[in-house]
Structure formats: structure tokens, C-alpha cells
Design a protein around this ligand. Structure first.
Ligand code: AQP
Length: 331
């Protein structure tokens, strides 16, 4: 059984980065793998959330999945917190994960900032919860953006450590880092990842942005002072040009080199105009469908309830096996 598992934190409106790095790549697995996609609300609490907004943000992510083409009739969409096994398995895996492995995680270093003493334990243990998210379902393939590569490697190490200690239990999942835009960068700084929690809304395209907002953000995107190159090698030290051309290449459905040749010698405004155009064309139908779905919360909740039932049944099997291997008392 080939099984795909992936998720996104409901920490705000999803970005073009979440779409290109994750959701868009999930679609290819819908008819070849058993697919489980969740809203990582437990993960979202590594940063303080507004309880009054969280439920709506979760529905918004579910709406984004479905509007982007994740068919809920052939996949399971559910809330991470609805399956307690995520937390339970995370605890058990915490107990076999050496601190040294977590100390190497670059995302913790980036997100904790300078004063690591003030960072919460959840942020530090985040990669172990992510390992539990994947191993609980014995996922064979995990499609994620490039920023999650290190966490996937840790998941494989933790699975290997568990298997070695308690006998063959977990599948070592394959990370699937797919597509041309595995790391979409901020529109305000081509060296930083596009992120939903970036304080500047101008740094990102949100899937809920309307056409005018997309056009405005692309117009204001940071550029450099030189004409665009006709060769992708010359993009190496031009992060803003590289990022915009990469995004254009995905939505124009042309190889990067062809896009470089198309804008060779032009200034950024020509590229920005063409980019805004393809983005508006691709994202408007997704936004329209998200708005429609958000007006149908009962429909969304029904899908999440169905997804929960499926996820719970797989999780129960894995936990039963884990309990047995770890010698938990059964009465
Ligand atoms: N900029 C990106 N480029 C490519 N892929 C990305 N992903 C996120 N940003 C980019 C992919 O989206 C999936 C889920 O991400 P997440 O929201 O759970 O966590 P994140 O990676 O921390 O994303 P954000 O937007 O930066 O969230 P916040 O701001 O809340 O921390 C993953 O597959 C990720 O690779």
C-alpha cells in the first residue's frame, strides 16, 4: 500500500509558497496512492494563536486544499488535533530521540531567533511531532517543500531508531520535494522564504488575494538594478530575479531557461507585468472556490468528520502495534 501524508499549519491564509511547495504537488498522488492531508493545528501552537480565529483558519486551509484540486472523495482531509494518536506517538518518539538530533534542526534556530532560552519547548520538539504525523499512518511518501527536507531526514532516523530498538514497525518514508518552485522566496527579500507569518503582507501572495492585490504586490516586489539575464546560471547571485522568474516559469508552464530568454535584456517591469498576468489567471479560480466553500462551513465540517474517521482507524492500528512492541499493559 502506497500512502501519502502531508499537512500545513493553519497559521494564516496560505501562501503561494504553500501552494507550489506542497498542495499543488499533492494532486499527482490522488489516484495512485491512499492520501491523507491534515491541518496541523497542534503544530500551529508553537506560536501563540488567537483562539477566536483558529477554527476559521482551519476551515480556510481545508477550503484551500479542496479549491486547489484536492478531491475529498478520493482523499482524507482532517484536523491533526482530532486524532489524539499524533500527540501520543510524538511523546513516545520524544523518548527515543537524542537531543543532539534536535539541536541540528535549522528551522528551530531560524524560528527561535537570538534568545533561544525564551523559545517554547513545542517549537524545539516540533520535528518529533512531525515524525509522529507521518509514522502514525506509515506513510510511504511525503510531499513537502524544500524547507522540510531536514525534518524528513530526522523522521527517517527516528523510524530507524524505533525499528532497531523494538523490531521492524515503521516504514522509512520517502521525501517528495517536487516541482520547479520547491522554495518560493519572499517578494521583499529574495534570500528569505515566503512565509504566512512574515510581518509584511507585501512579502507574500496569499491564496485569498484578489487580482488587484496580486498585481500591486508583484509591482512592489523587490528587484535589482540590472537588466534580466538570458541565462539561468547568471541568476545565481540575483535572488529576486531568480525568484520571480522561477514563479513565472511554473505558471507560464515553460522551462526556466526559456523564460530567461523571453526577458533577456528587459527590465523587471516587463517580467512583473507578465508574472502578475499568469498569477491572476491561475489563482483567481482557486480564490473564487475558496470563498464559495467558506460560505458552506457545514459541508467543510462534514468532510473533516469523514477524514477524521478514516485517520482514526489507521492510527489505531499503528498505536496498537506500538503499544504491543513497547510492552504497554493491556487489560
Ligand atoms: N516558501 C515556500 N516555498 C515552498 N514550500 C513552502 N512551504 C511553506 N512555505 C514554502 C511548504 O508548505 C508546507 C506547509 O508549511 P507549514 O505552514 O506547515 O509550515 P512552514 O513551512 O513554516 O510554512 P510557513 O508559511 O512559513 O508557515 P509559518 O509562517 O506559520 O511558519 C510544507 O510542505 C512546506 O515545505
Amino acid at each position: 500500500m502506497k500512502r501519502v501524508v502531508s499537512g500545513i499549519q493553519p497559521t494564516g491564509s496560505l501562501t503561494l509558497g504553500n501552494y507550489l511547495g506542497a498542495i499543488r504537488n499533492w494532486i499527482a498522488f490522488l489516484h495512485t496512492h491512499e492520501c491523507l492531508f491534515f491541518m496541523a493545528d497542534l503544530h500551529s501552537w508553537t506560536v501563540l494563536q488567537d483562539p477566536a480565529k483558529l477554527a476559521e483558519q482551519c476551515r480556510l486551509v481545508a477550503a484551500a486544499y479542496i479549491a486547489s484540486g484536492i478531491d475529498p472523495t478520493v482523499s482524507s482531509i482532517f484536523m491533526q488535533s482530532h486524532v489524539a494518536g499524533h500527540s501520543e506517538l510524538a511523546w513516545l518518539l520524544n523518548c527515543i530521540t537524542p537531543l543532539g538530533w534536535l539541536n541540528r534542526m535549522t528551522q528551530f534556530k531560524d524560528k527561535a531567533g537570538k534568545d533561544k532560552e525564551k523559545a517554547n519547548l513545542g517549537l524545539y520538539a516540533y520535528p518529533v511531532l512531525m515524525a509522529a504525523d507521518i509514522l502514525l499512518y506509515k506513510a510511504t511518501h511525503v510531499p513537502v517543500g524544500d524547507d522540510q527536507k531536514q525534518h524528513l531526514e530526522l523522521t527517517r532516523d527516528i523510524a530507524g531508531a524505533f525499528n532497531q530498538t523494538f523490531g521492524e514497525t515503521f516504514i522509512l518514508p520517502e521525501p517528495m520535494i517536487l516541482g520547479q518552485a520547491t522554495r518560493v522566496m519572499s517578494l521583499r527579500d529574495g534570500t528569505a522564504k515566503m512565509s504566512k507569518s512574515d510581518p509584511s503582507d507585501l512579502s507574500r501572495i496569499n491564496l485569498m488575494d484578489d487580482a488587484d492585490t496580486i498585481i500591486k504586490k508583484i509591482k512592489k516586489a523587490k528587484s535589482d538594478a540590472f537588466p534580466l539575464p538570458g541565462n539561468s546560471d547568471d541568476l545565481a547571485d540575483r535572488p529576486e530575479a531568480k525568484n520571480l522568474l522561477n514563479i513565472y516559469s511554473v505558471f507560464a508552464d515553460k522551462p526556466l531557461l526559456q523564460c530567461c530568454l523571453e526577458f533577456e535584456g528587459a527590465n523587471f517591469s516587463a517580467l512583473k507585468e507578465a508574472l502578475a498576468d499568469v498569477l491572476v489567471t491561475a489563482l483567481t479560480p482557486i480564490r473564487t472556490e475558496m470563498v464559495r466553500l467558506m460560505n458552506e462551513p457545514h459541508y467543510l465540517d462534514k468532510i473533516l468528520a469523514q477524514g477524521k474517521d478514516k485517520a482514526l482507524s489507521i492510527a489505531a492500528e499503528t498505536l496498537k502495534e506500538v503499544h504491543q512492541k513497547m510492552g504497554m499493559l493491556k487489560v
